[in-house]
Design a protein. Structure first.
Lengths: 285, 273
């Protein structure tokens, strides 16, 4: 089911000045409920602008952004309710923490929604659960936590609003592998429990290969192409021309194919590759 | 958005005025300001205006940008105009209606004052802020004020502080925009409710902003120490400023402007004050 639909969305920063810069050029895109959409693109390709379109932080110069078929920019007063339905986690969200305790900080969003206290407390616990924050952390000051924990608190702050669409800009940037897996795994669980649409912007192709159902490639303010991870990563040359990478598994598969090992094109994660190769070796024996 | 502030903004370019030694530009704008305040005749004002127009041509700054820079002072401009118009007493009464009396001197005074402010603001932005990068400007000030080091004024430290402050204004503006967006995404609203509610709504912006600013300051201090920064003592410069022939010529023309204005004050041309 299509949750968010972008129709011919265009956006230019500082129009009419010497610093004018086109960030989006007639972008058409649909985000489906219950699926994880990955957005990749070189720095300055318009990812962060696109992400701000989803919840109306930026309004397109022309074109429409539809949430469940309704234009979100039609009524400016309704935008705050749109922002509760479309949760946006910005890049380096740990810098937005401000309250005395982790619990209060996570509760900021639900409080703005005007929910009753019991409901807020329940949501805070649930959100903390998704991001792997223990009960003992809730009463601490967010400024006493490590970087990774702060990131989890910030993400929990959005999850507590129970958005139908969850948009994350580089949610795992700068974290260690264990932290990445836990945070992305938590997002997967959130998607499975709520059936929300999830959009992840990332530079990490490994993460994209393992978590995304569909990948959208942005190039110079436009959508270059999109498809399932295996389809996108099969176009390795085009990606590399755009300054993007492919996952290690795809690169290894390419090399193996060059040497005559028939690795199927669909394989783009290390795990799948390991399973396939071990089966192949077992057959040969 | 906060980014739309244009007054006091630097416009990168390679025009003649951009390339002039920043110290010359500081001195030249000082001369220009002094001249503006000495002007007592319309002819002198015209001379100042002509100077401005010719330097504007040499700066290649779009006229529209300059015009946009006037917007913030428009209120002051109109305010001073009317204050001078109504409150100047003179000999020739032009208009008298109820308690309002407008004298010929008042009209002249009001016009002169308005033009003076207009020329002052546009002039100093063309001479200095539009065409000189903030770094160059503080560099120039440091060197021009360096004689004060003799009486133990920490000129270098002040100029370094100013450089850093100027350098981080855009960064902090960007940071504020980002934090506001992040809190808006969490359902915060900054433009509804009464005064107290609005003031309270600023807390989720100010605390992260301060935390970031302190962290940045800390990082910067460490980065500077790592590169052996020890204050101004014995520090050499990457770009050494040297006056050229054109610079002396410009400074001379600045002095000439003041002299010409004072001379023109003595020319009786009917409309002098």
């Amino acid at each position: 089911m299509v949750k968010i639909q972008l129709e011919n969305v265009c956006y230019t920063y500082g129009p009419g000045t010497p610093f004018a810069k086109t960030a989006l050029k007639s972008v058409n895109l649909s985000i489906e409920a219950g699926r994880i959409t990955g957005i990749i693109g070189h720095t300055g390709s318009g990812k962060s602008t696109l992400v701000r379109m989803f919840n109306g932080l930026l309004a397109p110069d022309s074109g429409r952004v539809l949430l469940d078929g309704a234009d979100i920019n039609a009524d400016k007063k309704a935008l705050s309710s749109v922002r509760c339905r479309v949760g946006l986690v910005m890049q380096y969200p740990e810098y937005q923490l401000f309250d005395e305790t982790v619990e209060k900080d996570i509760a900021f969003g639900p409080r703005n929604m005007g929910l009753p206290p019991e409901e807020i407390a329940a949501r805070v616990r649930e959100a903390a659960g998704f991001t792997g924050l223990g009960e003992e952390i809730l009463s601490k000051s967010p400024f006493d936590l490590s970087g990774g924990q702060k990131r989890r608190v910030a993400i929990a702050g959005i999850l507590a609003m129970k958005p139908e669409v969850l948009v994350l800009d580089e949610p795992a940037a700068g974290l260690d592998p264990k932290g990445r897996r836990e945070i992305l795994g938590g997002l997967l669980r959130y998607r499975d429990t709520t059936g929300a649409a999830v959009v992840i912007v990332s530079h990490n192709m490994e993460d994209m290969a393992s978590y995304a159902d569909r990948i959208v490639v942005l190039r110079k303010a436009e959508i270059a192409f999109e498809g399932a991870p295996a389809e996108v990563f099969a176009r390795r040359r085009e990606l590399e021309e755009n300054g993007l990478d492919v996952p290690d598994a795809v690169r290894i598969a390419d090399k193996l194919r060059e040497r005559g090992v028939p690795v199927p094109e669909e394989i783009c994660t290390v795990e799948e590759e390991a399973v396939y190769l071990s089966r192949l070796l077992a057959l040969q024996k | 958005m906060l980014k739309d502030v244009t007054l006091g903004q630097f416009f990168p370019g390679t025009s003649f005025l951009h390339r002039v030694d920043p110290r010359t530009k500081v001195l030249l704008s000082l001369c220009y300001i002094v001249a503006l305040f000495c002007v007592k005749s319309a002819l002198g004002m015209l001379l100042c205006a002509l100077t401005l127009v010719s330097f504007h041509a040499a700066s290649r700054i779009p006229l529209r940008t300059v015009a946009n820079g006037i917007k913030p002072i428009l209120f002051i401009l109109i305010f001073t105009f009317f204050i001078n118009l109504f409150w100047t007493r003179g000999e020739t009464l032009l208009l008298s209606w109820k308690f309002i009396r407008i004298y010929r001197e008042g009209v002249v005074n009001a016009l002169m004052m308005a033009v003076r402010i207009l020329l002052l603001v546009t002039g100093s932005s063309i001479f200095l802020t539009y065409t000189t990068s903030p770094i160059m400007l503080t560099d120039a000030l440091e060197q021009l004020l360096s004689p004060l080091k003799k009486i133990k004024v920490p000129v270098h430290d002040f100029s370094m502080m100013m450089t850093i402050a100027l350098r981080f204004i855009p960064t902090l503006i960007e940071e504020t925009d980002r934090i506001m967006d992040a809190q808006r995404a969490r359902g915060a609203s900054f433009s509804t409710g009464g005064l107290i509610k609005r003031a309270k709504a600023l807390i989720p912006i100010l605390i992260p902003l301060f935390v970031c600013a302190f962290k940045r300051a800390d990082d910067l201090a460490v980065a500077m120490e790592c590169r052996c920064y020890r204050g101004g003592e014995g520090r050499t410069r990457m770009t050494v400023l040297r006056f050229s022939f054109a610079d002396y010529l410009l400074m001379l023309s600045g002095a000439a402007l003041i002299a010409a204005v004072i001379l023109l004050n003595r020319v009786p041309l009917g409309i002098s004050l």
